[in-house]
Write a protein that binds this ligand. Structure first.
Ligand code: GZL
Length: 322
């Protein structure tokens, strides 16, 4: 809630108290307005994230102004400017890439509107431009993927040739999942990343890039590391069309743990997926309410997550919520 709005409300509250109307009755009437800029609908993960935010806003009685940026930063900046013009109480967004946010976040700060980061972080010098960042630890997700591979291949003597499908270029998950994975596999020189390219987190691009990897490297490829399940699922199609057996001829590791990944593991086509929960809606709405109630939020709220190898997929599948 911006400063001007708080003054007006305080004045009205004083007037209502003087008229004998209980403050609580007055305060209840004002609905919190949250402006949310979503990246797009590029993956199963994103769709589940959007559903979680919309349903949690409804549940919390918060008015949600929602915008889909179709994975374009300029559309997110436009949406944030529109939320400022509409004088929403709080702005939240999932930044498609880490850089290029200073100007618009300064405009939100000048308007007295607090900003919450969800899912992905931003790279700005002035951390006062955002109140809190809630989301996964992508570095640890990359490390978990690396640790699983090191354990899986511990008895393999020769080179282990890895191809990597990166997420959106410049995005926090793509940068940190790569960094975390490499931090672990560099402990053994047999692990070699022989090709690495972005599949932009989508099934279509994941398939296209995997086709190119197979054309260039063919049976030299031992492992695919995909930064999300959607690209892995696209790559599985390419591997099968090349006459190879996914999860057997090529070990496949991915991240998110969406339903499609469990279905692929149960079909014996994916070896393991690292969990990255999109169910941030309830946490976000609680943070918005706390902010509006004048509470101080922690600068970082981390979502706790696991890892699911294909051996546990059938047992775990009924418990999955996204
Ligand atoms: C991770 C999220 C990523 C998912 C992808 O928190 O930002 O974006 O891993 C999604 O599936 O597209």
């Amino acid at each position: 809630m911006n400063a001007q709005r708080r003054q007006v409300i305080a004045g009205l509250a004083a007037a209502t108290m003087a008229a004998g109307v209980p403050l609580a009755a007055f305060a209840q009437k004002k609905k919190i307005v949250l402006g949310f800029s979503q990246i797009g609908a590029e993956s199963e993960w994103r769709t589940a994230n959007t559903e979680s935010i919309k349903s949690a806003a409804k549940e919390a009685g918060i008015e949600l102004k929602f915008s889909d940026a179709q994975q374009k930063q300029e559309n997110q900046i436009k949406a944030i400017r529109s939320f400022i013009a509409q004088r929403v109480d709080v702005i939240a967004f999932s930044p498609v890439v880490e850089s290029g946010w200073e100007t618009v976040l300064r405009e939100a700060k000048a308007a007295g509107i607090p900003v919450i980061l969800t899912d992905r972080a931003v790279n700005v010098k002035d951390d006062s431009l955002w109140v809190t960042f809630m989301g996964s630890d992508f570095l640890e997700e990359g490390r978990k993927a690396g640790r699983w591979l090191v354990e899986k291949m511990k008895d393999v003597k020769g080179d282990v040739n890895i191809v990597e499908l990166q997420g959106t270029v410049g995005s926090a998950p793509a940068i940190d999942r790569k960094r975390g994975f490499e931090e672990i596999i560099k402990t053994d020189p047999k692990f070699k990343i022989i090709r690495s390219q972005t599949g932009d987190f989508t099934r279509a691009k994941g398939k296209e890039v995997m086709e190119a990897f197979l054309k260039a490297e063919g049976r030299k490829i031992n492992v695919l590391y995909a930064h999300n399940d959607d690209m892995a699922i696209g790559a599985i199609q390419a591997i099968e069309e090349a006459g190879l057996k996914p999860a057997q001829d090529i070990i496949i590791i991915s991240i998110d743990a969406v339903k499609g990944a469990f279905e692929a593991m149960m079909a014996g086509k994916l070896n393991v997926t690292v969990e990255c929960s999109p169910l941030l809606g309830p946490q976000l709405m609680q943070a918005v309410k706390d902010l509006m109630a004048g509470k101080t939020l922690p600068k970082r709220i981390v979502t706790e997550e696991g890892i699911f190898p294909m051996e546990v997929a059938a047992k775990e599948f009924p418990n999955r919520k996204y």
